[in-house]
Design a protein around this ligand. Structure first.
Ligand code: K7E
Ligand code: CUA
Length: 708
């Protein structure tokens, strides 16, 4: 645990209690006897008392404040990674201060980080294209931290884009996205991302069935031609990238696969997927059929999918057991059935979460339309599979286990239970969407302990390390879908509301409301901050963060230059407080410009930004970072370029010009061509044939002054 020189919430509960007692005592004393000559103490107490009165705070408010207030310079003991929903990003938030530390750009271009405005990050985003189309947003749902032996190891983070069925890899060395993969197999995903206990695979389950690999099939052929799937993306930890060639998928029936969880410890080697719509409802509100939502809610039971992934990986590696769809190895359903790779067990109506207990022995499922939490026993499930004791088969031939023989019991939790997290000692927390509450209960004893109201309509919840083999308890964040009256109104689109709850005491206590005005986050994970070891700077200078290599086009001080090559004009530029070298770039209309910029500084936080007017180039240059950005200089004119970070006192002067000379005989650039006979004003683009002004970059081809 981190040692802090300052009193830390919850880690010093006794000290906190003493502080509160002191406040109460001193406040009382101040009221009775007025200001006390004893100076300090009484003065503080009186003013605290006044403050409480003035702000209308009671003691529980003050205790909440003391548990979350984090003095300047003090770091949070926990870090939450929350999906940014429709923003396509990931949020990094300190717990318990609830201070936002970073938005990690993932599926969406993000200008500040230069993500999607330079060659390498454009390539990352382009890897997520479908059918050659650029997708500039994502519906990020479920972040998953990499794990070692079922515990977060702080190295990598994965997240899915539900809308476009993509998965991203984020390296926690620099909290930046390194890779986006898109299978082309499925149209949407929801059961992702979840990792196996040693991050062997990143699991992506489909959601809305469709023909595998894309393409058309009439919806009347839903039962036959529409398919579900689950993809096991092989993660190469050494390279820090998903290895597409070693990844595989399994075809599943067209039930809407929902959330997923990987078994751990005793259930290691297995994954569990919820599903809904065993009715195979297809909607058709204008075609005389019930809407999807009611059609899909007819049966009392849907199916939990039970898959031995280790065995599936073996089968995927055998000759003749897979077929290739969209370039992906897919185990067809009939192979899964003959190889024993897929089993079902009933789960109550519209299940929405399957959450494996820390010891891996049980799975908790909550049905949105059922008031119970259902606790499944892995041992009981495994015994039936081992004995091939099946109650029935579904219409596709998948063996169905007995529900009754698979569960340890059910607990009435409340209205609309969704997601479960663990807090140790056999205790769990489950969100209650309809009831707008979180219930604390004992999985061991199948008993409800208490509930806390949240505001409002909670979706996922995240407890500190709450889905690992060793949950910490302490903090819970309720990720509420509706804010309604919680914040100052800002028009009809309201922020989401994250509520921080202290779950360490005998009563849960609401500590803090945090508005989130970015998108609807779904899942989040909370990791101990001391497991994260991000780098302060890129070192040595010249690292390309996307490749994690020293970039071949790195620029060192003194080697700056401009070279004209067959593929365009290459600008090798350094950035240092407070200038770019070169600071004048001369090109001809139509030239392709390749910028290679290195921030040669190694000072902590000495970040520069780089932009050129009109050309939609923006880069963030953290210390030591190298970036490449290309564009076609197709508009003649004078384009200031400057550093977009206030990096130094002379930051405004950290600027220069891109001069795009009109083509011979081409139209002069609007507004910049000197009138015939006019002498060029200083700083103007020189007319063709003019001698370069001293200090100007040379015309392309000639070596730059100062370069060797
Ligand atoms: Cu419940 Cu997409 Cu995980 Cu939202 S999902 S709440
Ligand atoms: Cu560099 Cu401003």
């Amino acid at each position: 645990m981190r040692h802090s020189p300052l009193p830390f919430p919850l880690h010093h509960r006794r000290r906190l209690a003493r502080a509160l007692a002191a406040i109460a005592l001193l406040s009382g004393a101040a009221c009775n006897s007025g200001p006390n000559e004893d100076g300090g103490g009484a003065g503080v107490s009186a003013s605290l008392n006044d403050l409480m009165k003035e702000r209308g705070l009671d003691e529980s408010n003050v205790s909440a404040a003391l548990k979350t207030y984090t003095p300047t310079g003090v770091h949070d003991p926990y870090i939450m990674f929350a999906s940014g929903g429709q923003s396509g990003q990931v949020l990094v938030i300190g717990i318990p201060s609830m201070r936002i530390l970073k938005y990690i750009a993932v599926f969406t271009p993000e200008p500040w980080q230069g993500y999607g405005y330079g060659d390498e990050t454009n390539t990352i985003l382009a890897a997520g294209q479908r059918d050659g189309r650029t997708l500039s947003w994502g519906d990020s749902h479920h972040p998953a931290l990499s794990e070692t032996n079922g515990d977060y190891d702080g190295q990598f983070l994965f997240i899915n884009d539900k809308a476009n069925a993509r998965i991203a890899v984020i390296d926690l060395k620099d909290f930046a996205t390194k890779q986006i993969v898109m299978s082309g197999l499925i149209q949407s995903d929801h059961g992702g991302t979840f990792v196996t206990p040693n991050t062997e695979y990143v699991v992506e389950g489909a959601q809305y069935p469709a023909p595998l690999g894309g393409g058309y099939a009439p919806i009347e052929r839903y039962a036959e031609d529409y398919k579900g799937a689950v993809i096991f993306w092989k993660f190469d930890r050494e390279k820090g990238r998903i290895d597409r060639a070693k990844s595989f998928a399994m075809e599943l029936p067209p039930y809407m696969q929902d959330l997923t969880d990987a078994g751990k410890l005793v259930s290691d080697g297995w994954v569990f997927l919820n599903s809904l719509n065993t009715e195979l409802s297809i909607g058709g509100t204008l075609e005389g059929r019930p809407p999807l939502e009611s059609g899909a809610s007819q049966n009392d039971m849907d199916y939990m999918h039970i898959i031995p992934w280790r065995r599936a990986a073996e089968v995927a590696g055998m000759a003749g057991k897979t077929k290739e769809i969209a370039g992906m190895r897919v185990i067809p359903l009939d192979v899964s059935l003959s190889e024993g790779l897929l089993y079902f067990v009933g789960e109550p109506k519209s299940p929405h979460g399957v959450d494996v207990t820390p010891d891996g022995s049980q799975m908790v499922v909550a049905g949105k339309l059922d008031t119970h939490g259902t606790v499944y026993s892995f041992a009981k499930i495994k015994a039936q599979i081992d004995q091939k004791k099946f109650e029935a088969k579904d219409r596709y031939g998948v063996p169905i286990l007995s529900f009754k023989d698979s569960i340890d019991g059910q607990v009435e939790l409340g209205l609309g239970p969704l997601h479960t997290q663990y807090i140790g000692d056999g205790m769990a927390l489950t969100s209650l969407f309809l009831e707008s509450a979180v219930v604390r209960w004992s999985v061991k004893d199948l008993k409800v302990i208490d509930k806390i109201p949240v505001h409002y309509n909670v979706g996922h919840i995240a407890a500190a390390e709450g889905d690992t083999v060793s949950p910490d308890g302490k903090y819970l964040v309720a990720m509420n879908k509706w804010a309604i009256d919680r914040f100052q109104p800002v028009g009809p689109l309201l922020p989401q509301n994250f509520q921080l709850v202290d779950v360490s005491g005998s009563q849960m206590q609401l500590l803090y409301d945090m508005p989130l005005p970015l998108g609807e986050p779904h899942y989040a994970q909370i990791i101990k901050a001391d497991k994260l070891h991000p780098e302060d700077i890129y070192k040595p200078a010249g690292v390309n963060p996307v490749t994690a290599q020293h970039d071949p086009d790195t620029v060192t001080a003194g080697k700056e230059r401009i070279e004209r090559r067959a593929d365009g004009v290459h600008v090798f530029m350094s950035a240092v407080r407070s200038h770019f070298t070169p600071d004048i770039i001369r090109v001809k209309e139509g030239d392709t410009v390749h910028l290679h910029i290195t921030n040669v500084e190694q000072a902590h936080d000495a970040t520069h930004g780089f932009t050129i007017d009109l050309y939609n180039v923006h880069q963030s240059l953290e210390p030591g970072k190298h970036v490449n950005a290309s564009f076609v200089a197709d508009v003649p004119g004078v384009f200031p370029m400057y550093c977009t970070e206030f990096c130094s006192a002379l930051h405004l002067e950290m600027a220069g010009y891109l001069l795009v000379e009109p083509k011979e005989g081409g139209a002069p650039a609007p507004g910049v061509a000197p009138a015939p006979g006019d002498a060029p004003a200083p700083g103007d683009a020189p007319a063709p044939g003019d001698a370069p002004a001293p200090g100007d970059a040379p015309t392309p081809d000639a070596p730059a002054p100062g370069s060797e």
